[in-house]
Each structure stands twice: as C-alpha cells, then as structure tokens.
Design a protein around this ligand. Sequence first.
Ligand SMILES: Nc1ncnc2c1ncn2[C@@H]1O[C@H](COP(=O)(O)OP(=O)(O)OP(=O)(O)O)[C@@H](O)[C@H]1O
Ligand SMILES: [Mg+2]
Length: 1013
Amino acid sequence: MCTQEAFRAQRSQLVGLLVSGSLEGFESVLDWLLSWEVLSWEDYEGLSLLGQPLSHLARRLLDTVWNKGAWGCEQLIAAVQEARAESPPPEQHGHWDPHSPHPTRDLQCHRPAMVRRLYSHVEGVLDLARVQGFISPYECDEIRLPILTSSQRARRLLDLATVKANGLAAFLLQHVRELPVPLTLSVQDAACKKYMSKLRTTVLAQSRFLSSYDGSENLCLEEIYTENVLEIRTEVGMAGPPPKSAATLGLEELFSTRSHLNEDADTVLVVGEAGSGKSTLLQRLHLLWAAGQDFQEFLFVFPFSCRQLQRVAKLLSVRTLLFEHCCWPDVGQQDVFQFLLDHPDRVLLTFDGFDEFRFRFTDHERHCSPTEPTSVQNLLFNLLQGNLLKNARKVLSSRPDAVSPLLRKYVRVELRLRGFSEAGIELFLRRRHREPGLADRLVRLLRAASTLHGLCQLPVFAWMVSRCHRELLLQGGGSPKTTTDLYLLILRHFLLHAALPDAAPRGLGPGLLRGRLPTLLHLGLLALWGLGSSCYVFSDGQLRAAQVDGEDISLGFLVRAKAAVPGSAPPLEFLHVTFQCFFAAFYLALSADVKPSSLRHLFSCRQSGGRPLARLLPTLCVRGSRRQESSVEALLREAELHNLQMTAAFLAGLLSREHRGLLAECQASEKALLRRHACARRCLARSLHKHFHSIPPALPGEAKSMHALPSFVWLIRSLYEMQEERLAQRAVRGLNVGHLKLTFCGMGAAECAALAFVLRHLRRPVALQLDHNSVGDIGVEQLLPCLGVCKALYLRDNNISDRGLCKLVEHALRCEELQKLALFNNKLTDGCAKALATLLGSRQNFLALRLGNNHITAEGAQVLAQGLRANTSLQFLGFWGNKVGDKGAQALAEALGGHQSLRWLSLVGNSIGSVGARALALMLEKNVALEELCLEENRLQDEGVCSLAEGLKRNSSLKVLKLSNNGVTYLGAEVLLQALEKNDTILEVWLRGNTFLPEEMEELSHRDSRLLL
Ligand SMILES: Nc1ncnc2c1ncn2[C@@H]1O[C@H](COP(=O)(O)OP(=O)(O)OP(=O)(O)O)[C@@H](O)[C@H]1O
Ligand SMILES: [Mg+2]
C-alpha cells in the first residue's frame, strides 16, 4: 500500500520519473489526475504553466497530491503508470455519452482518451468548431501557436471548452467520438518510417570511416575506436567532505548519468583539448545509433559540424536546418516535421566543434518558432537553450576556451574528454598495427621514450606516432621530444610519400624541404588566413587566393570535408586543426612577407574573448601572397586564442636551435631567421615576467602563492618547444613564490614535461599544486626532473596508479626538500605500500602523507605501518575512504603507540569496528603526540566507543576526537562522558549522525559542551 511516508521517501525517484520523459509525459499524468478528479481545475491551472522548468512543476505536483492525503498519492502513482504504458487502455465506450447532460464534466472525465483521439486531428476540428461559431479566429490562432505540440493543442482546445459555456464542450464530446482511435502515439506514419530509415543510412555512411585523413588510409571506425577517458565535471569547492573523484563513464552512459548541473537543460557538453577525440567520440555515437547498437531511445539523430554551419549565410529555421542541412524527407515533409515537434524526446542533435563557431554564445535574442527563419547562430543558441525543440537532446563538443559561464547555465551535464589512458594508447596501437610483433615494438619504443609516450595521451598524437611508425622504429634513439619534432616527422613522412611512394625513410633533408617550399608556404598562408578569419574549411576561391593548386593539395594535408553544405562544392579542410596551426607557424617562420616584430602578437598574454573584429567581419579576404605586413598582424590579432597559442608553440619549436639549421637551408637569409628567433625569445621572456609580476603579494603569515592563468601553461609549452635551458633559467629567475597552483589547468603529461623543464631551475623550493588534472603515471614521470625543487606535491584526482607512485617515491628518496605528498582520489592500491613505507622509513624530515579515497586495504596498511615505526617526523597521515578495516587499524595503531611526531590521523570511512577501536584505544594510552583522530563513518558502535573512552582516560595529548556516523547510542555517549570527566586536554568530541533521541541529545549537550551533537 502506498502510505504517505513511502511516497515521501520515493520523492526524488518520482521527480526523476516525472521529468525523465518529455513535457508530454508530464502533461498526460495531469490528464489522468484531472479525469479521476484528483486535481481540481485550479490545481491544474497552477501546474500547466508554459515556460516553467519541468522539475519545478513536478515538485509542485507532488506537493499538491501529498496535501490530498494517501489517496492522492496512490492515484499519482497510478497516473504515472498509465502515462508510461506503451499502449492505451481500452476505452470505456459505455460511459462516453455523446449527448450527456453534463458535457463539461464528461470532457474532463474522458480527457486522456479525448487527447489521444484529437491528437492528429486538431487542425480539422478547430476549423469545424470555428465554422460552426464555437470559437473565434483569435482563439484558433492561440491554439495553433507553433511552439505547441499537437497534444498540447488538443489540451488547449479541451481547456477552452471547459470555460466556454457556448456548447463547445457538447460539440467536442460528440465530434471527437467519431474520430478514428489511433493505436498509440508512437510512430504511425509511413512517411516518418521512411525518413527514419533514410536518416539512419545517411548517418551510417558518414560515420563508418575515419576519413579525415588522406585517401591512403581509410580507417574503419569500428576497428580503430579506442575508449577515451571521459569524466563528469562536478561542482567543487563546496563545504563538506572532500569531493569524490570525478567519475569516469563510458560513452553509452552519456545520457544516463544523474550528475546534472542543471536538470532542466537539454544540452550535454563534451569538452576536450584539440585532438583529444571529441569529433571521433561523436562519430562513434552516430555510428552506434545508426547501426542499431546503442542510443535507440532516439528515433532521429541529426549530426552537425559547427565549422560547416557557420558557413550558412542565409536565414534558416529548425525545419530547414534538419531537412536541408542534414537529411531531406522524400515524402510527407509536413507530417515528418510535425512528428519531430511532437516527440522531441526521441530526437538528438549533435553539434561538433563549438570552438570553431565564430559567433559567441548569447541568450539575448529569443526565437521560439520552429518554422520561422533566423540567423544560423541564433538558431543554434536557441536550440541549446531549449527555446526550440525543448526536450530534444543536444550534444555540443568544444575546446575548453570557448565555453563561457553563460553557456554553462544551459548545460545539463558537462563531460571532460581526457584522451587515452596508458592502456588505451597500447590498445590503440594494437588495433592500428595487426602485423605480428609490430605493435609490441612500438609499445616498447614508447615506454623507453617517456616524453613521446606522454604526447600520445592525446589521440591525435597517438595517430601520428602510428602513422610514422616506420620512421620512428628506424630512428632508434632520439625520438621526438616536442610536438614540433613530431610534426616535422610527419611532414617528412608526407613529403617522402608524395615524392617517391616507396622511398626508404631518410632525414627531412634540406633538399626535400627546399624543393617543396612554395607548397608549404601556400599551405601556410591559407592556414594563417583561416585562423585569422575563423575559417577552417576552404572553398575553391579561397584556395586560389592563397595560390594553393592541385599539386599542393596532393601532398595530403588538405582533405575533403566530410559533411558539406548541400549545393556547394565539397570544400577542403586541414587534416586536423593542429596541422593548420603548424602550417601557419611555418609561414610565420619562413615567409619573407612576415616582419619579426609582428610575431609579438603570438606570445602576448591576451585573454580569451578579445577578438571583436572577426566576430563582426568574418569574411576578411585573402589578397594573394603579397600580403601587407599589417594584414599578418591583423590575422594574428583576430585568431582564436587557443589556435594562436598552438601556433606560438609550433613557431617557438621551429625557431629553436635544433631546427633552425634545417629551416635556414630552405631560405636565403639566416639573419632573418635569427631576428625572428630573437623576437620570439624576447616576447616569451617578457610575457612570463609579466605573468609573475601580476602575482599579488603574500598575505601576512602565508607563503606567496601564484595561481597560474591558462595562458601560463601555453607560455611554458612554447618555452619547452624552444628547448633552451638558458631561457628557462632566465624565465624563473624572477619567480619568488612559495606555492604554485595549477589546479584544473588541463595539465596532461606533455604539460608536465614543459613545467618540469622550467621549474627545475627554481632557486627556492615551491609547493606545487596540480590537483584535478590528467597527470597520470606518464605525467608523473615527466615531473621527476623538478621534484628536487618541490617541498610539497599535491596530486589529488589525477589518475595515478601504483606504477606512477612507485616511480615518484624512488626519486623522492633522494629529494630532501620534498616533505608533503597529497594523493587523494587516485588509483592507488596495496601495491604502492612498500614504496611508501620505504619513504617514511628513510626520510626523517617527511611531514605529510595523504592517501584518501584510494584502494588501500589491511594488507597495505600493515606494510605501511612498518615504515611508520621507523619514522620520527611524520605529522599528518590521511587514509580517508580506503578499506583498511580492523586489521589495518590495528597495525597502524600498534605502529603509532610510540610515535613522537604524528599530530593528525584520519581513518574516516574505513570499515573499522570494535576490534580496531580497541587497538586505537591502546595507542591513545601510550601516544603523547596525536592531537586529532578522525574516525567518522566507521562501525565503532557503543563497544568501540567504550574502548576509546578507556584510552581517553589515560591520554593527555588528544584535542579533537571525531566519531560522527558510527551507530553510537546513549549508552556509548554516557561512557564517553565519564571518561571526559578525567580528561581536560580534549576540546571536542564529534558525535553527529549517531542514534540519539532528540531528548537524549538535549540532555547530553547540557552535560558537557565538548560533545558536538
Ligand atoms: N577514441 C578514439 N579512438 C581512436 N582514434 C581516435 C580516438 N579519438 C581520436 N582519435 C584519433 O585522433 C584524431 C583526432 O581526434 P578528433 O579529431 O576527434 O579530436 P578533436 O577533439 O575533435 O579535435 P579538435 O578540437 O581539433 O576538433 C582522430 O582523427 C583519430 O585519428
Ligand atoms: Mg573536432
């Protein structure tokens, strides 16, 4: 039976159920409740307000039925079941009296059936009612509003009939009964079915191959797709217990996750760096849907690319967007479109590459009509906000820089794409190279070349490594270290293949490069112009303007764009935007038309969003290769910040000493190259200094702290590409901070390599905070060179496993400065305990070790305890959220009995019962240093607390004892109180969340104010 209490207990599930479908589902629940007279007309009016978030309405409905008592609650559950039933219940014809003396009441009583019958005939019934004088033309228009679905129009008509006393109700009661009974509200129309099948075939054809690369390798997505690390972004920085790690999820869970930022929004946002695999992830989604393998809750999936969409100059409506720019219905356009509008919850739209959409998101201009045309940007923004096709799911992918706080307001779930895990890189290589032994050799090569291994975290780099595998394997030692090295390697690969298909790999000799210099400069100019005018797909006219001809194209860096706008010639785009940046950098390094001074725009710390001109004048034209100096500067000023930063890093790499020789061979003036190099160096150093100077002074009593701005990461990446020790030294000479904070900065292994390259020259040690990044085991390896200048290393939430930690500890043994390690929320197990025990046993100035929320069990704790026995310096030890249990607690307690320095110990949430508590009590009797013991969320119960009370009687150092959520009753508290009488060191005993009656709490708090209840 449904009691009100049970109803209340299920509230959140009920809200979930009510909002999980579309507004249609919710409104049909209201239909049933009205027909059973659970809801009064006033109730109904308050619950059917257009424009209110569905979750608010759902909660209001639950409150309304709750107030009607148990009966109301039971009826609501029955209504939800009715509304969710696939097929309608048989209609009770006997009760439907077309000549009823109470037509208004009967209309209400048969409401669900009326809506069902009226649904596909509203237009005809409206016309008839108007002709017969029951409704006015104005009322007709109100019901026909384009934003309403057919069922909503049917309901509006019924609502009107209840208030109009002119016979409309009787008319409807008679007339609707004559209408044919539809089987269900599901797909019934042949036109829709035909369209669905056409759309599926189109999407399948588009998504089967990873065809963005030259014709030489058309990779089957099915065979090559490798799981990418996808994490849910959750709110951080709130009070309360430390946040759990960002949960990782599989692609199939994209729509089922419940971690909503805004549950009324429709848009799922996927954020990732360039080349992290966003487009590929969406392509996989499309393929799974089109092949019928997943996401079958959607009947229609419409893929769009923002770089293509922004080329649409004419006004367009939702209808033209779907039909003309994705898939045209051969028959029954109106029916198909109406079906889409009526069943938005069965529709998915994906928009790839929002960072390449040149219009900034705004919610100023509301557009609600699905048939009225508007500008492409306004259409997209209103779709994302849900003003158009509300309840249709939208997936938007973007690089992080282009996501504004305003856009986030309309995001249901935000996901971060982190790239390949270490295992993912290996799997990818094995899928790409099935020849016996080849993948093994490549994996071995990567393991030996950790910087290159780190680069492969980014799928686009993993693809490049696999593409150039022959060159890499032949090269032996000296594999690429920087991204520029890697792009020059692939440049060589393409040049060689274009020259002699079977040529044995040789060096990227100056001859090879010089011969192709005109081609490279043409591509470079096109690339630069594209960046400066937010253009990433190029028409024939644009190619001609940059003098790119067939031979240049045949090199393979430009490929046909996949989803072209119908009616125009299929345009070309660069293999990947990173190649566009690389070629732009090449042009800037080598073209005689570029003045060194214009390079300064690349290395200045411009904030994102400061490029007004391109937003207003998107069609700056290429004027040919004899470019005005000022136009190069203008292009650099207008380019999107993230592309500019990438170009800057490549330029730094190309101008580095290592590659300057190669470039000098290609062009007459080495002097010109040197001048560019000097300018780049100067600007880079100046920008870094500016960054350091902007750090506010330290607060009194605190170390000076710097929170790096996103541009900092790119400055150090550029510096790393230059590979100049002296420049790195100079760069940090002025850095005088105690704490360097790089949290949430998208730090992967490549960024860690750059950071270590710079930081190892610091004169004074820093605390380095890298929490919430994607450092991983490979990134930890990259950090080792700067471990010597770290006094603390914070690596919370970074996907680090035992392998990475053991490497870290191996080095930490020799780094006397390093005194604190925070490793909360990683993937550590007992496998790292031995290394940590060695660290504690041999480093007698080590202060803090925080291992919360990992997977350490009793076995690990026992091993670690050995290290603790031999240690005399540790002050903080954190085990929150592991699984050490009674045995682990015993081992730690025994090791800590005589420990002289430990002040804080956390064993929160470790399944510790009374046995562990007894051991901890014995430790308290002997220990004279521990000041805070955190034991919340265990299973201590009264027995455990009584033991601890005994320990407290003989302890004189403990100040805070935390025992919240441990199943303690009044009995346990009573024993504690007795112990407290004999202990005046203790200041607080936390007992919240235990099992006390309200009057017991009242009494206990009066007896000793040190009890926190
Ligand atoms: N999951 C994956 N499995 C196999 N290969 C992948 C995967 N993800 C990406 N790749 C490879 O990396 C390349 C770059 O990925 P993709 O184009 O999807 O990145 P992106 O995040 O969309 O980049 P951008 O920000 O430039 O749009 C792909 O063309 C493909 O070769
Ligand atoms: Mg992409």
